[in-house]
Design a protein around this ligand. Structure first.
Ligand SMILES: Nc1nc2c(c(=O)[nH]1)N[C@H]1C(S)=C(S)[C@@H](COP(=O)(O)O)O[C@H]1N2
Ligand SMILES: [Mo]
Length: 321
């Protein structure tokens, strides 16, 4: 169940990371048109570390989603300085160091398979930047750590509805970028690229599932998956593929990267579940990154049982993990 003890507005201001100064949509479109947005994203780290939020271009205003948790968000520095993005290295600080090399503009997403409107889409063809929501979700990694992150995005269902799922579509497969010239660790990270993830159609259309384009009201930093990444808050973080370049609707269950790599450790569903341990990490509790109280009990479906348990009724979650 979603724990809403107090709203974010109730938090003493000392507990909230300063809100970004939002720019108007007009300003955003002007910057986007001039190509400045991509350049701002790309120059974020330029040789130094995670960068500051001030260096990152602002998105148009987003309304706060009622789906948000009221847990206190982590800071910009934590969220952009401790990442998993193996294309840019397996160390947690590697993506902050190397991901600025990724060219995120122009960006094309190929939409194909069982859709009525297949084609090559720009980010702004798929995501309505006038309809952004801020969704504060806890990202729970299967390595048993977590962070609370104020994402900006739209429901994935809004994106899929634009391209028209055909009735026979049962799954969505996401393929993420492979850029040999820009990604230094493609040969040494130990997994196959492109990174592939997938969802069942009902999971993809669930209102909690989000297509993310930003963080703290700013354009998404590259190390967090710019320009476009998926976020499914009741699943382990590895389900949320970064820098998506292809969305394919299919009637076959996709073989996701981690399941292909090690099927005894990683399944297709990857629902956060404190009762099913990973062979190497207990899932009963989690380390909260940078927190004073550094451990918390992991919640079933990461706290979203009320909203999503029904998707899995009749399934044995110890077998379909
Ligand atoms: N393309 C790609 N997407 C990826 C990964 C990756 O290595 N490559 N790592 C995943 C894992 S394991 C996690 S926990 C989350 C981390 O997201 P964050 O760095 O924004 O917190 O991204 C996921 N998406
Ligand atoms: Mo993860």
């Amino acid at each position: 169940m979603l724990i809403r003890t107090r709203t974010r507005a109730d938090l003493p201001s000392s507990e909230i990371t300063p809100e970004p100064v939002y720019r108007s949509r007009r300003e955003f479109m002007r910057l986007a048109g001039a190509g400045t947005l991509g350049a701002a994203a790309g120059s974020l780290v330029a040789g130094c570390e995670a960068g500051t939020s001030a260096a990152q271009a602002a998105l148009p205003p987003a309304k706060k989603s009622p789906l948000s948790t009221n847990d206190r968000p982590h800071t910009w520095e934590q969220i952009t300085g401790y990442n998993n993005y193996y294309e840019f290295g397996t160390g947690k600080s590697d993506p902050a160091q190397y991901a600025h090399r990724l060219t995120v503009k122009p960006w094309t997403v190929k939409v194909d398979g069982l859709v009525t409107k297949p084609g090559d889409y720009g980010v702004e063809d798929l995501v309505d930047f006038n309809q952004l929501e801020e969704r504060v979700y806890r990202l729970r990694c299967v390595e048993a750590w977590s962070m609370v992150i104020p994402w900006s995005g739209v429901p994935l269902s809004a994106v899929l509805n634009k391209v028209g799922p055909q009735p026979g579509a049962k799954f969505v497969e996401f393929t993420t970028a492979v850029r040999p010239d820009e990604m230094p660790f493609l040969d040494s990270a130990g997994i196959d690229f492109p990174y592939i993830e997938g969802l069942r159609m009902d999971e993809a259309m669930h209102p909690l599932t989000t297509m993310v384009v930003g963080l703290y009201g700013k354009v998404l930093p590259n190390q967090n998956g710019a320009p476009l990444r998926v976020l499914i808050p009741w699943k382990y973080g590895f389900k949320s593929g970064k820098s998506v370049v292809r969305i394919r609707l299919t009637d076959q269950q996709p073989l996701n990267t981690w399941q292909k790599m090690q099927p005894s450790e990683y399944g297709f569903y990857a629902n956060v579940n404190p009762n099913v341990d990973h062979p190497r990490w207990s899932q009963k509790d989690e380390r909260v990154i940078g927190g004073l109280l550094t451990r918390r009990n992991t919640e079933m479906f990461n706290g979203y049982g009320d909203q999503v348990a029904g998707l899995y009724s009749g399934m044995d979650l110890t077998r379909q993990y």
